[in-house]
Design a protein around this ligand. Structure first.
Ligand code: FAD
Length: 397
């Protein structure tokens, strides 16, 4: 606690964009990796709608898949803030790889760290940090914003094969669906109790009755698989309940409260990429005998983009620092995700404008940033849902 307090005081005492030496080195190592080993394949992965397995493998080798857990769980022993730095740097190069790493760290591992008993933590965090991609499975066709209306059912059974749960239902929109081996699945064990019947289960690829269904053909983050999951009498061992029976709603909400800071970081990285591209291009592109950046109209657009990114960075970093310092952060997290995703769209759109016709074709990177950033306003709570959270907290103050 003293350490957390010290971290907060340090964060307050200096501008939040100032990184410690460890954080700076970490962020630059992620940037180097992304530039050297992801960038050459970004377009190909977008076109094929598939991540290169060796990039996922490298993310494990570099410790990016388990940034916060300590050595005892095979993790890197970093902070939540560092996970956000990694997500930001990866998104600056590829938003799909970024969300794969984001879901593994800020949702899946995070849920195990906060709610898992020691046996589950040891068994699953170790794998998630070292060799198995994770997925967080809440949404269904009929329940998105209204997540607790989920229809996937769980039933407790005892038969000759021992005590198990049986899961039945369908999940939709699940990130990492094709790559994942470990899935946190929310199902209702006692619908009569409403949301208080919702329980979180750990399902492994290969469990009887579990299959990955259709993969969505998307506007953006196309290399990230977004899949339907089917549970048809899926047998889950009794010990694979994460947290308490009937407390899944709490896990779902609280994990997303934290996870959405990661999405803010992803949107920040995307906005940064769009800005850097636009800045470089406007200095090179000549019209009327001079670089287009010589026009005050263009300069003002660049300035506006930079201001918005700076503001989003302060908000995302602040929310992550507050979480690490165990201070209240939910309002700040919702604000950061809302703002970062909205400015990412504005900045990417301006970047397309500044590229002119070249911004509209796939030979240049900005059309992809424009496509990729739209998801920030939808997943882990739409912009309206963030506003709802913020307003609720303001009115309760
Ligand atoms: C690419 C992608 C990846 C995803 N990954 C995951 C994942 O890994 N795991 C997972 O569980 N889910 C995932 N999702 C699902 C995502 O979280 C939901 O799509 C999102 O929560 C919105 O739900 P919905 O699509 O059902 O939209 P709806 O809830 O139907 O919302 C439609 C519109 O209505 C608005 N609206 C709804 N209710 C209200 C209200 N009360 N007040 C004001 N406005 C309202 C919304 O803001 C939105 O604009 C993913 C989705 C996508 C597209």
């Amino acid at each position: 606690m003293a350490q957390a307090q010290e971290a907060l005081e340090q964060a307050v005492a200096q501008p939040l964009t100032v990184l410690s030496e460890e954080e700076r080195l970490f962020a630059s190592s992620v940037r180097e990796f992304a530039e050297a080993e992801i960038k050459p394949y970004v377009r190909e992965m977008d076109e094929k709608q598939k991540m290169r397995p060796e990039i996922i493998q490298k993310c494990f080798e570099l410790g990016l898949m388990g940034i916060e857990p300590g050595d005892e769980y095979g993790g890197s022993g970093g902070s939540f803030f560092m996970a956000c730095l990694a997500i930001e740097e990866l998104a600056r190069v590829d938003a799909s790889i970024s969300v794969m790493v984001d879901v593994n760290n800020t949702l899946t591992i995070n849920a195990f760290m906060n709610y898992g008993n020691e046996a589950l933590k040891k068994k699953y965090i170790t794998r998630l940090a070292t060799d198995t991609v994770g997925a967080y499975c809440l949404s269904e066709a009929g329940s998105g914003s209204d997540a607790f209306a989920l229809q996937t059912r769980a039933e407790s059974i005892s038969d000759s094969r021992g005590d198990h749960y049986l899961l039945n239902g369908r999940k939709m929109w699940i990130t990492n669906g094709n790559e994942a081996g470990i899935f946190i699945v929310f199902a209702n064990l006692d619908p009569a109790k409403g949301y208080k019947g919702i329980t979180a289960f750990v399902v492994e690829k290969g469990f009887e009755g579990f299959t990955v269904g259709k993969k969505e053909d998307k506007l953006g983050i196309r290399a990230s698989s977004t899949c339907e999951l089917l549970f048809d009498n899926c047998r889950v061992p009794k010990e694979n309940v994460l947290g308490e029976v009937g407390k899944g709603y709490k896990i779902a909400i609280e994990t997303l409260n934290e996870g959405r800071i990661g999405i803010g970081a992803q949107m920040l990285g995307l906005a940064q990429a769009a800005f850097e591209a636009a800045l470089g291009y406007t200095k090179e592109r000549k019209q009327f005998g001079q670089a287009i950046s010589e026009n005050q109209g263009v300069q003002f657009q660049l300035a506006e983009m930079a201001v918005k990114i700076e503001a989003a960075r302060l908000m995302v970093y602040n929310a992550a620092r507050l979480k690490d310092a165990k201070q209240p952060f939910i309002k700040q997290a919702a604000m950061a995700k809302l703002f970062a995703s909205e400015i990412a769209e504005e900045v990417a759109s301006l970047a397309v404008n500044l590229y002119g016709g070249y911004g509209y074709v796939k030979d240049y990177p900005v059309e992809k940033y424009f496509r990729d950033c739209k998801i920030g306003q939808i997943y882990e709570g739409t912009s309206n849902m963030q506003k709802q959270t913020i307003a609720k907290m303001l009115l309760a103050e």
